[in-house]
Every structure is written in C-alpha cells, then in structure tokens.
Design a protein around this ligand. Structure first.
Ligand SMILES: [Zn+2]
Length: 184
C-alpha cells in the first residue's frame, strides 16, 4: 500500500469519525481495505446508537473497528488486509485484529490512554507479532485526529488518562481545560 493510499484511507477513517460524532457516538472511524485498495468494510463508533442484527451498537464494545469487522463478515486472506483507524486501537480492537490475522493496522492519531501501545508493545506481543503496525504517518492528519478526539478524551477518560493526552498532545488539548467532564 503506497503512502498516497495510506493517506487517502486515513482521511476516509477521519471522515467516518466525524460521522460517528454527528450520530452521538465517540469520534472514531475505521476502514478495512484489501490489497487492491478496495474497501471491504467501513466502521464507526456506535456506542451512542442502537444495537441491531446488522451491526454492533449501544455498548462499550461498539468501537469503530468492531463495527467494521462485524460488517465485513468472514474475511478472506485477512493477512492481505489493512485496517485504517482514526485513533490507535484499544486492546479489544487490537486483539480482535490479531485474532482475525489482519496483516496491517495504520492509525492517524495515538491514544495515549486507551491505545494498546500504553499497555503492550505492539510488535513484541505474542498475539500481535504477525500484525504490522504503522502509527501516525502524517503529522497533519495526526493533528486533525487529536483535535477531533481530545474533547472525548477529556470527557470520558479518568484524570490520569486526560493528563496523558495533555502530555502527548499539548497543542490539541490546550483550551479544553474549562470543559466540564462527566461526573465532575
Ligand atoms: Zn477499540
């Protein structure tokens, strides 16, 4: 997959993240892409939407990557597929990608709190060592993704998690200090 294609599909994932936000869910999007550049499935966070037979929703596992996997159905030659996400996958979605043997994961923006990388070394973990990861390949898209998710990080993460976000993305989290989080 060329850098141009990586950029294209990360922008696609960011677009889905904005759609998720407009639907009342967390702003995260994902696209599963074949080796020929064909979109296998789109996914978006659906924690704020109803669960239905056609998709995962309404629960804390309704992450964008899970949505894409449920919609894709049975994967053919999963090792040839690339999962693009607007935000670094969590342990559930990273683990799911590994169990499905997805060949590569690319994300626009790191998740300093919820991302797998805080807890495990992607390339060293036994379950994930066959999945190649590419983190934040484009500074401008990383910036866009951080700006988009920062309010959600402030709202949903504990103080410790928000502090990690502020440290990782000082520019993108600046100005959110006055935003009241849930339960505060
Ligand atoms: Zn996840």
């Amino acid at each position: 997959m060329s850098a141009e294609q990586d950029r294209h599909f990360l922008q696609h994932a960011l677009r889905l993240a904005r759609e998720a936000q407009e639907s009342g869910s967390s702003p995260v999007g994902a696209v599963l892409v074949g080796p020929d550049g064909k979109v296998i499935a789109e996914g978006q966070n659906r924690t704020g939407e109803k669960f239905g037979p056609e998709r995962v929703g309404g629960a804390s596992l309704a992450h964008a990557e899970m949505d894409a996997f449920f919609r894709a159905g049975k994967l053919e030659d999963p090792e040839t597929l690339t999962l693009y996400t607007s935000l670094e996958p969590c342990l559930m979605c990273g683990g799911g990608s590994a169990l499905l043997q997805v060949g590569r994961i690319v994300w626009a923006t790191d998740d300093a709190w919820g991302g797998s990388g805080r807890l495990i070394a992607w390339d060293e973990h036994q379950a994930m060592k066959d999945t190649v990861t590419t983190a934040t390949p484009f500074a401008d898209l990383e910036h866009d993704g951080a700006l988009l998710f920062a309010p959600e990080a402030k709202k949903s993460f504990p103080a410790e998690g928000w502090a990690l976000w502020q440290k990782r993305y000082p520019q993108e989290t600046a100005g959110l200090e006055d935003v009241k989080g849930k339960g505060e």
